[in-house]
Design a protein around this ligand. Sequence first.
Ligand SMILES: [Zn+2]
Length: 338
Amino acid sequence: MPKKARKESRYERQILLKEWDQQKIRNGKVFIAGMGALGCVVALDLVLMGIGKLIICDFDTIEKSNLSRQMLFQESDINKSKVTVAQKYLIDLNPDVEIIAFNKEIQEVNPKIYEESDVIVDGLDTFEARRWLNSISVDKNKPLVHGGMYGWLGNVQVVIPFKTPCLDCQPLLPQERLQKPCTPPGKKRKKTKKVKKAPKMPSLLTISTIIGGIQAQETVKLILGVGKLLDNFLFYDGLSQTFTLMKLNQNSNCIVCGKNRIKGVDFSVDPRDTVRDLKDRLIMTLDIKEPMKVIVKGIIRNDNVKLNKIGIQNKESILIINKEMAKPLKIYAILHEK
Ligand SMILES: [Zn+2]
């Protein structure tokens, strides 16, 4: 049998769908952030369907407690890198697919990789990394397919930058419910007794297969350009077996996708305040998390410095950098004395 016919026979059922175009799927490039329960499901689905290129990124190692949900890993993989094991497994499943693996944090991946992707999939388990992924998706104008889960519950949201609300427009996920990350290589022995372990989040394979399956489906629809995209917040409750769609609104003042994001956000500043005071107000009003850096006149400023000592002017542009934003946030100081 010619090679092409052999390849197509693998997909003969899905190409029966009138909306299907295997060549579009074969040309598709998808970035999956996180190889946990959701990332494993999305990767498995996309690879079996014959996605052209899959980029997987995770810095974690496999733990025994992952094996009840993360279906790309087995007992003998414990302590190995998640992406290395997943890459080998996925290539064995479908050698047509190119798999690129990054054993590092998502923030350390070359931004060009995000630019080259057609869709970015969120399979992360920390609020900080998820917020950063949302901001780079908006910055690179790439669709983001977000999924989350907690116990019997799950949720999916698709972000089409500047068209649908981003994750920062209306953050719905309480941080305390998000699982702490698993153990990165080499970090186990460095732990001191002072570090309190966050309780692990309840997590169920059936929920991850449903939520990951919906994420994979939305990804495929985006690549094919077919169907109605999920433009609401989808909430799933496995105990009552209900799907609820909640309407989300774009926030024009959103610091990630709002109109003022590119030209800068006006921010009221008292020149007698210190840099620390300014940081505290940014935390309170724009929900920017520590650690952050405040750059005025091109210099990172210390917390105890008073803004008027730096010679801050009305409409002075200030750059704010933290780990949750792919690009620094620009604010314009609107000076007023309290
Ligand atoms: Zn937004």
